[in-house]
Every structure is written in C-alpha cells, then in structure tokens.
Design a protein around this ligand. Structure first.
Ligand code: CP
Length: 303
C-alpha cells in the first residue's frame, strides 16, 4: 500500500521497520550536514486544511532533509475559499507532477477518501477526530527511546479522548507494540464505546498516574467543544491537570508527554512541561526522523 492513512491499517513489523529507518535518519539529522539525497526525484505537496505548527513544519523539514521537492498549501489562502472541491484541488496540484500528498483535514476519513479518488501516495497528517498516525509513531518512538521498549509498559492517555485523533492512533500503536493502555478523563469527553477498543477507563487522575509508566496529556480541543461543555477549563485543570506537586507525590517517576500545542496551566503546568520528566521537545525532535522514515519508505514504493 502506498499510503499511511492510519495506524489501524499497519502492523507491528511495519512499525519496527519505520523505527529502524528513523534511527538511521535521526543520526543523519544530528550531523553538521543534515541531508541525504534519497528523494531527489520525488515531489511532495503538504496540503493543510487545519492549522498546524509541529506537523506541517516537521513534514516539510523531513522532506527537505530527504532532498525532495516540496510545496506547501494552506487552505485559508487558496482557491478552496472560492469553492473548489477537495478532489479538484488535489488533482490540480497533481497535474504539476506531484508524487505524494500529505493532508490534514477536519473531516474524519479525508485522507482515506483522497486515497480512493486521486492517483498519488497519501499520508494522513490528522483527519478530524479520526487518526493522526505520524503523531502516534513519534510518541511510541519517544517512549521506546526513554524506556527501552513499549512491551509491558503502562501508558495512560489523559483528557479529551472523544475528539482526539492522537488518542485513537496512540491506542492502536501502543497495543500493537504490547503496551497496556488506559484512558482517563471526564465522562463528557469519553467516547461511548471506548471499551470496545480494549482499553480500561480510569476516571480518577491520581489512580491513573499511580498505575502508569507514561502519561500522555492531551490538549483540550476548545475548537471542537461546545462553549457550554462540562467541565469548564477551570474545573478540568483542577480534576485532570497535572502539576509538579502531584507528580512529586507519586512513589515513582513517570514520563510526561503532550502532543502540543500545550494549554499551559490546563493540561499541565509549566513546572511539569519544562521539567526533566517531560519528553515534549523530544517528541518534536523525533517527529522529523519518524516522518523522514515514513516518507522515505512510502516513496521507495512509488519509485
Ligand atoms: N501535535 C500536532 O499535531 O501539532 P500541530 O497541530 O501544531 O501540528
């Protein structure tokens, strides 16, 4: 398959291959010359219909470090605003001899839809509340780097599970690699059929943190929430926010993750985000190597 649409559609051995390849690229990007000529003959379009800092720049850097030609497109400044459809937009971009498309879209299934309707390799950079596969890959890669393995590790995903593509992709990725997963958050932000994904729900944050080796603190997605949702930001911070005092009161040191962007003082306080228990900037650093690996492996199939 020439696409990465979601973790649901890949295997544990695919992840192993991505990580082995990412290990090599991580070494490359720590050299004085951070580039390899591997994809000189490939052209990639990054088309973003939703805002992004990390994913967009990380893909662009990954592609440039592989020597691909890159064009980036933000829907807000494009002819989408004049009513052009998704398929017309992408087919017009492909007519300029583009080989691969990285897409972020608010519609769950947008990447899948494109893969069925256009002739290019598609990478999903986040589709609504569905999947964000490269985020889950870089998260697992970072846990592996910090703890040596995922097998047998206990990971709790905290917060707005209902709207989170990061949560769903992480659940699939962690389970594929033998980690145990729990979710923790308010009932109003928990999907009704979460147990069908074979994850346990823990509503008490302290108990969840006492259980886990790793806590992945999700962003509260205010843009996807009703203004009157429960709990309010203040209540959320009180019940599901992590501060240094809470971490220090545990009888072990856990790893703290966050996909970004952080609402400081809501999901985590600054003294947690910036502490040595936090791997938030490692996640961002690893994102480039992991996206280089994904792009390189997919491009190898279309050459
Ligand atoms: N983690 C993540 O997807 O961040 P951006 O929305 O900034 O890309």
């Amino acid at each position: 398959v020439n696409h990465l649409l979601g973790i649901k559609y890949i295997t544990e051995s695919d992840i192993d291959l991505i990580f082995e390849t990412a290990d090599q690229f991580k070494e490359v990007i720590n050299r004085p010359i951070k580039k390899v000529p591997s994809l000189r003959d490939i052209t990639i379009a990054n088309i973003f219909f939703e805002n992004s800092t990390r994913t967009k720049l990380s893909f662009e850097l990954a592609q440039k470090r592989l020597s691909a030609d890159v064009v980036s497109f933000s829907a807000a400044q494009s002819s989408v605003k004049k009513g052009e459809t998704l398929i017309d937009t992408v087919n017009n971009i492909l007519a300029m001899k583009v080989d691969m498309v990285v897409i972020r879209h608010s519609y769950p299934g947008a990447a899948h839809f494109l893969s069925k309707n256009v002739g290019a390799s598609i990478i999903n950079a986040g589709d609504g509340a569905h999947e964000h596969p490269t985020q889950a890959l870089l998260d697992s890669y970072t846990i592996r780097e910090r703890l040596g393995t995922l097998k047998g590790k206990k990971v709790v995903i905290v917060g707005d599970i209902l709207h989170s593509r990061v949560a769903l992709s992480n659940i699939f990725a962690l389970q594929l690699q033998g980690a145990e997963v729990k979710v923790c958050g308010p009932k109003t932000l928990m999907p009704k059929h979460i147990e069908s994904l074979d994850v346990k729900v823990e509503s008490n944050l302290r108990k969840a943190l006492e259980w886990c080796d790793v806590a992945n603190m999700l962003r509260v997605q205010n843009e996807r929430l009703d203004v009157n949702y429960f709990p309010s930001t203040r209540e959320y911070a009180q019940q599901y926010g992590v501060d240094k005092a809470l971490l220090d009161s545990l009888d072990k040191e856990i790893v703290v993750m966050h996909p970004g962007p952080i609402n400081r003082g809501v999901e985590i306080t600054s003294d947690v985000a910036d502490s040595q228990q936090s791997v938030i900037l490692d996640q961002v650093e690893n994102g480039v190597a992991v996206r280089m690996a994904v792009t390189y492996l997919l491009a190898s199939k279309i050459k």
